[in-house]
Ligand binder design. Structure first.
Ligand code: NAP
Length: 293
């Protein structure tokens, strides 16, 4: 197929490469062209704008950063929906607002285009290994049509309901990740204060009832003092703020999420917004009077 891909950052570059490796013709746009070079060297075709992608592709995937980026890419002046292109299906895989997913669904439908919100979980490792969990909102028949392409990028794909349901499901995921992150960091903080072998602690508790992606995949990075992204603090704060707004709009109190959000805001204030989410450990070390690099 002629597949459009917009957003070749940490996640998007790996996901797009899987589609390319499975034989699809890629038409690519990214804000910074340099980050698309690997795909272009392997035969991907550069487009000058999201509209340029939609003019050539049959289906277009987007994996950009924030809801503002999504809005620009779909509804902006040179957005996907600004031209009567060849593209019949659009799939936003960014973690974004459920309300924006609905707005894009309606705008796309008005142009005869089917739209899905299909955010992912599984991190940079999941993107590289094509083992992502993909949660899909929109029409079921569109999800079924896109399934062979989803299966190239992910291992678990679930249809969750109407437009926005994928993003709502992703918010459940991020609420859970927030709890797991502070749990993993506090467990390792305790292990280090007591003088346990932290790698050995991860090896055994990562197989018990306390197991989580946070302890098993980010725990070892913390032990190695590797705070590079993975998943950026700025993106995680963006996600928690979407979840907090959605929760507040339904009168829901999520005190655990509020606490973790505040600790990450502290991290941003220290200039660590582009660090990986495991940098939460630095805030916790500071609270306990430990040296922080
Ligand atoms: P990233 O590395 O920042 O990638 C985002 C890419 O989108 C960047 O290359 C950026 O361009 C591009 N972009 C942003 N606005 C654009 C626009 N208007 N037009 C064209 N390109 C644009 O972030 P990521 O880690 O890949 O994450 C992408 C999304 O997936 C985020 O919503 C994140 O929350 C979510 N997510 C991430 C992970 C993870 O572990 N990293 C896991 C699950 C979900 P530049 O190159 O110019 O910056």
């Amino acid at each position: 197929m002629r597949v459009g891909w917009i957003g070749t950052g940490i996640m998007g570059s790996s996901m797009a490469e899987h589609l390319q490796n499975s034989g699809h013709e890629l038409h690519v746009f990214n804000r910074t062209r340099q980050k698309a070079e690997t795909i272009l060297k392997r035969g991907g075709r550069w487009c000058d704008s999201p509209a340029g992608v939609a003019e050539r592709a049959e289906i277009t995937f987007t994996m950009v950063g924030t809801p503002a980026d999504v809005e620009e890419v779909y509804l902006g002046e040179k957005g996907i929906l600004s031209v009567p292109g060849t593209c019949r299906i659009v799939v936003d895989m960014t973690t974004s607002q459920p309300s924006l997913a609905k707005k894009i669904f309606t705008a796309a439908a008005g142009r005869g285009i089917s739209s899905l919100d299909a955010p992912v979980s599984g991190g940079d490792i999941g993107a590289r290994n094509a083992t992502l969990a993909i949660m899909v909102g929109g029409e079921r028949k569109t999800c079924d049509a896109v399934m062979p392409l989803f299966q190239v990028m992910g291992k678990s794909i679930a249809y969750m309901g109407e437009a926005g349901a994928g993003q709502h499901t992703k918010m459940c995921n991020q609420i859970l990740v927030a709890g797991n992150m502070i749990g993993a960091c506090e467990a390792l903080l305790y292990a280090s204060r007591i003088g346990l072998d932290e790698k050995a602690v991860i090896d055994i508790i990562g197989k018990g009832a306390g197991a989580s992606w946070a302890i098993n995949y980010l725990g070892p990075r913390i032990v190695q003092e590797d705070f590079s992204p993975g998943f950026m603090v700025d993106h995680f704060v963006k996600d928690m703020e979407i979840a907090l707004r959605e929760a507040a709009s339904t009168g829901l109190a999520l005190p655990g999420l509020v606490l973790v959000h505040q600790l990450y805001v502290d991290l941003q204030a220290q200039g660590k917004g582009a660090s990986g989410m495991q940098a939460l450990m630095l805030v916790l070390r500071k609270l306990s009077g430990m040296a922080v690099s």
